[in-house]
Ligand binder design. Structure first.
Ligand SMILES: Cc1cc2nc3c(=O)[nH]c(=O)nc-3n(C[C@H](O)[C@H](O)[C@H](O)COP(=O)(O)O)c2cc1C
Length: 157
């Protein structure tokens, strides 16, 4: 099974989650990179209104990929505009399963997951599972249990 983990991370927490997950799943790891970074207010407002911001070219075609995993921070109870751009760019996903994992300070995970779910379901993809982590658990290392359980649900092992 070919699994692709696509992540965006500003401060490194989601990167830690995505790297851990990709290792557990032996998955391909894709970083979503902004063309340019915007200020703090722009980050929050664009996320809140589910807007898009340009990203650098990356793998968005799912031909040959069986399962997609999106890993994102929660911004304003939604996901960063860069993640919205990536989701909008995904092709070849119709009928394929996807999973979502988000990292947050403490709240807004379900509404953030809902944004990803809606965007990929509009492309005919099938939502399977989601998980949430809290930043302090990523810092302490105790997030690994959550990621392991999430990975087991994806691989079926
Ligand atoms: C613009 C912005 C908005 C945020 N909004 C939320 C939020 O609504 N809820 C929350 O729990 N954390 C929020 N956070 C905190 C991030 O989700 C948290 O710091 C996360 O671990 C960051 O991941 P990263 O290190 O991969 O960038 C926000 C952070 C930023 C920069």
């Amino acid at each position: 099974m070919v699994i692709r983990v696509a992540f965006y991370s500003w401060k490194g927490h989601t990167e830690k989650i995505a790297v851990t997950l990709a290792k557990l799943l032996d998955a391909e790891l894709i970083r979503i990179e902004p063309v340019r970074d915007c200020g703090m207010a722009g980050k929050a407002i664009k996320a809140l209104f589910t807007m898009k911001s340009p990203i650098r070219p990356t793998k968005t075609d799912l031909t040959g990929v069986d399962t997609l995993v999106i890993a994102s921070p929660v911004w304003a109870g939604k996901v960063p505009a860069y993640v919205n751009t990536y989701l909008d760019s995904v092709t070849g996903g119709s009928g394929k399963p996807f999973h979502v994992i988000v990292g947050m300070g403490g709240r807004g995970d379900q509404s953030a997951i809902a944004v990803v779910k809606k965007a990929l379901e509009q492309k005919g993809m099938k939502f399977v599972s989601s998980a949430s982590t809290i930043e302090k658990d990523v810092d302490s290392g105790s997030f690994s249990r959550t990621v392991e359980m999430f990975a087991a649900g994806i691989s079926g092992r």
